[in-house]
Design a protein around this ligand. Structure first.
Ligand code: C2E
Ligand code: MG
Ligand code: MG
Length: 751
């Protein structure tokens, strides 16, 4: 079971690891994909920006050229304006334009500037181009007027259809450089203008390549990934992109041709700058993903711990529950449930040749031990006894303490003698001696001939066998036989009819006279003995009294007998007879009833019969089970005025010493002491001693079961006060008794 739990844990851990690994892998792939898409996006974005930059540059340059073209008509026929007026007129335009200086150039190259005077510009390319009718922008040139680095926007001036001059506007080279700068990628992208041969015409203000105008871009940059790039750039409407490496840096470059002077705008930016944005976003995504992974792993760990804890708690609860279910809390041995499980398993794997017996074992009068020595002592005995039984078990056998002092043992045997040997082992090993009280064990054995019959009824059979042992002072063992079952069936039958029988007056009271041994003809009283007449037959008390004592019905019977006697005494008293004491047997069960004596007294009151006409007989074996209760009940009886006798004296374990503190009036010596001839010296000596001792305690003695005249002579010789027995009279009906005792009265038998 434990290994199953361990395997479960390992499986769970592996599952969690797989989930975590899959999750982390998914995150890594997601990040790589995300990065790839971002980079692609960035490149696309860069190309867009490059196109945008090219457009912007084109628009700005075009605006400047257009403004020059707009000014040009104002110079139509300007050659006829006197030289001294020209500067002033040019200045008027120059002031409102974006050019820092504007010059008018005659066809011979003579230029008049607004502020800077005159110069000869015949060789300037922009001049020539404009003369050829092409509005154009110069590369950076050094001004003939003031030596500054400038770009010149030159347009032809028409007078009629004829080009009569060129209008040129100069901007500082830095002015155009500024246009080349892009604001994108944190200002890290720069744009160049080059012509279709790749000659750089304009550089940006921030020039990462540090190139001069007038040189070929492809001379500077030899490490270009796309070798056809030069050819592409020279194409009309060229646009495209490529990468290159320059001074240990990778660059993205995108080119777009513009409509001005067949120029191409080349925008470039360091790859690292372009990707910086990507990496920022990617960094965020990475951080976010890592955070999610950490949170997810933390969740998995927390869930796993919770899961593990709850599994652990569950396992502990199950263990605890199983422990409670399968363990006897007192002895730590197997519980009844465990025993049943074990027996089921043993019987399931039993082979034909194996014989099993079930033993029901208990401690004789265990309650007395608990009452006398306390529960701690009682418990210790049970714990030790369980250990003894446990130590005596062989493999394939089982035992349990079902409750209190009741143990069941399942044993294997070959011969009946084996069972006795095993029982003897248990008896000898549990040879306790506590406060002079020797512990006796009672064993009931059922030999299992058919393991398929309900195991509980097997246990019942063993119990039954054990219960057949009565009042034993030594450990004993009884075997179950089928007569016990017949007996039980009969008992069941009796129990089903007893109430009804009482209502129907099937129970009757018989009286057995008692005689004074000094005057053998004088009846001094009688003992009431119950009789059950059923279906025309008389059942003797031995056939039902023990059962009624077991099921409690004896309380009703004793009360019935007492009341019947009481009624009769009343009748006789009312008739004025010389009423004698009648003794009534009271079972031990009555002693436990809190109102026992009071109830008897009430019955006496009900019929108005004084208690002195009754003697209560309690058997000796019962008498000393609980001396404390007995003393209380006897004192109560005495206080109400009843006589008290100890019945069957000599059969129990009491001593006269114990008797001396009890208010007993009469000792009834059991008939077992009598021998037929009355000549057994030893038995006679016992009777003699009992009589003498009773005398010393001021008790009277009566001997019951007198059958012979020898016995009568012996007893009277020993000083016994009274006698009762078949020799004198058998128990008789009330009518017979009345006839016998009161026949001399005139109204005898008139009830
Ligand atoms: P016990 O109280 O000791 O009653 C005396 C028994 O001895 C009676 O048996 C009686 O018939 C028998 N007996 C009397 N003289 C002789 C004799 O000379 N020889 C022989 N062999 N026997 C003689 P019984 O009536 O069968 O009663 C048996 C026991 O049943 C009684 O013993 C008593 O313990 C119990 N018992 C009878 N009636 C009642 C009752 O109403 N209530 C209670 N609780 N127990 C009763
Ligand atoms: Mg009696
Ligand atoms: Mg008796």
């Amino acid at each position: 079971m434990k290994s199953a739990i361990e395997t479960g844990k390992i499986k769970y851990a592996v599952l969690m690891l797989i989930i975590t690994a899959v999750f982390v892998t998914a995150c890594v792939f997601y990040l790589l994909g995300f990065r790839f898409v971002l980079e692609k996006d960035n490149l696309f974005y860069f190309n867009e920006i490059a196109t945008e930059s090219a457009n912007t540059v084109e628009i700005k340059l075009d605006t400047l050229i257009t403004s020059m073209n707009n000014y040009a008509p104002m110079f139509s026929g300007f050659n006829s304006v006197p030289v001294e007026e020209r500067a002033e007129r040019i200045a008027a335009i120059s002031d409102v334009s974006q050019f820092y200086d504007i010059a008018y150039i005659e066809i011979d190259g003579t230029a008049t500037s607004s502020y800077l005077g005159n110069a000869i510009l015949i060789r300037r390319a922009y001049f020539r181009n404009a003369l050829a009718g092409v509005s154009n922008i110069s590369e950076i040139v050094v001004s003939e007027f003031n030596g500054m680095r400038v770009n010149v926007f030159a347009v032809p001036v028409y007078t009629g259809d004829e080009i009569t001059g060129v209008l040129a506007g100069a901007v500082e080279s830095g002015y155009l450089n500024e246009l080349m700068n892009s604001q994108t990628f944190n200002g890290m992208a720069s744009s160049y203008i080059m012509n279709t041969e790749g000659i750089i015409i304009l550089t940006p203000q921030k020039d990462p390549l540090g190139v001069d105008t007038g040189i070929s871009f492809f001379d500077v940059i030899s490490d270009i990934s796309d070798k056809d790039i030069a050819a592409n750039i020279s194409a009309v409407d060229a646009s495209g992109s490529f990468t290159f490496r320059f001074e240990d840096q990778d660059y993205f470059a995108a080119y777009n041709s513009i409509d001005i002077s067949e120029w191409v705008v080349l925008t470039l930016a360091r790859c690292s700058d372009v990707h910086a944005v990507t990496y920022n976003v990617f960094g965020l995504a990475l951080a976010f993903t890592i955070a999610i992974v950490i949170i997810a792993i933390a969740c998995i760990i927390i869930l796993s711990i919770k899961h593990w804890l709850s599994k652990k708690r569950y396992a502990e609860t199950v263990n605890e529950r199983d422990f409670l279910k399968y363990t006897d809390p007192l002895t730590g041995g197997p519980s009844y449930e465990k025993f049943l499980d074990e027996v089921t398993a043993i019987f399931a794997s039993k082979n034909e040749k194996e014989n099993y017996a079930v033993i029901s074992m208990d401690i004789n009068k265990f309650r007395t031990i608990n009452d006398r020595d306390g529960y701690d002592v009682g418990n210790r005995i049970l714990v030790d006894l369980a250990q003894v039984v446990q130590d005596n078990l062989n493999t394939g056998e089982a035992y349990t303490r079902k409750n209190a002092d009741l143990f069941y043992i399942l044993l294997k045997y070959n011969y009946e003698a084996d069972i006795f040997a095993r029982v003897d082992d248990i008896i000898s090993e549990s040879n306790y001696n506590l406060n002079d009280l020797k512990i006796t064990l009672l064993f009931g054995v059922y030999m299992v001939d058919d393991s398929n019959i309900d195991f509980r009824s097997i246990l019942d059979h063993a119990d039954l066998a054990r219960r057949t042992i009565k009042n034993s002072s030594e450990s004993r063992c009884a075997f179950f036989d089928n007569n016990l079952l017949t007996k039980i069936r009969e008992e069941k039958k009796i129990e089903s009819v007893m109430e009804y029988a009482l209502e129907r007056n099937e129970f009757r009271v018989y009286l057995q006279p008692k005689y004074d041994l000094r005057d053998r003809s004088s009846i001094i009283g009688a003992e009431a003995l119950v009789r059950w007449f059923r279906d025309g037959k008389m059942i003797p008390p031995g056939g039902f009294i023990p059962l009624f004592e077991k099921n409690g019905f004896i309380l009703k019977i004793d009360r019935f007998v007492f009341e019947e006697v009481c009624k009769q005494q009343r009748i006789w008293l009312s008739r004025g007879y010389d009423v004698r004491v009648i003794s009534v047997n009271m079972s031990r069960v009555n002693l436990q009833q809190p109102n026992f004596v009071r109830d008897l007294y009430r019955i006496c009151n009900k019929y108005n019969v004084p208690t002195k006409y009754f003697e209560i007989e309690i058997t000796e074996s019962v008498a000393f089970e609980n001396l404390e209760i007995l003393t209380r009940v006897f004192n109560e009886l005495k206080n109400y005025g009843f006589y008290i006798s100890i019945d069957d004296f000599g059969t129990g374990y009491s001593s006269l010493n114990m008797l001396k503190d009890l208010p007993v009036d009469v000792l009834k010596i059991d008939r077992s002491f009598l021998t037929d001839s009355g000549k057994n010296e030893r038995a006679n000596s016992i009777i003699s001693h009992v009589i003498k001792l009773a005398l010393s305690l001021h008790m009277k003695t009566i001997c019951e079961g007198i059958e012979t005249s020898d016995q009568v002579s012996l007893l009277s010789g020993l000083g016994c006060d009274m006698a009762q027995g078949f020799y004198f009279d058998r128990p008789m009906s009330i009518e017979e008794y009345e006839k016998k005792l009161y026949s001399h009265y005139p109204n005898t038998n008139l009830r």
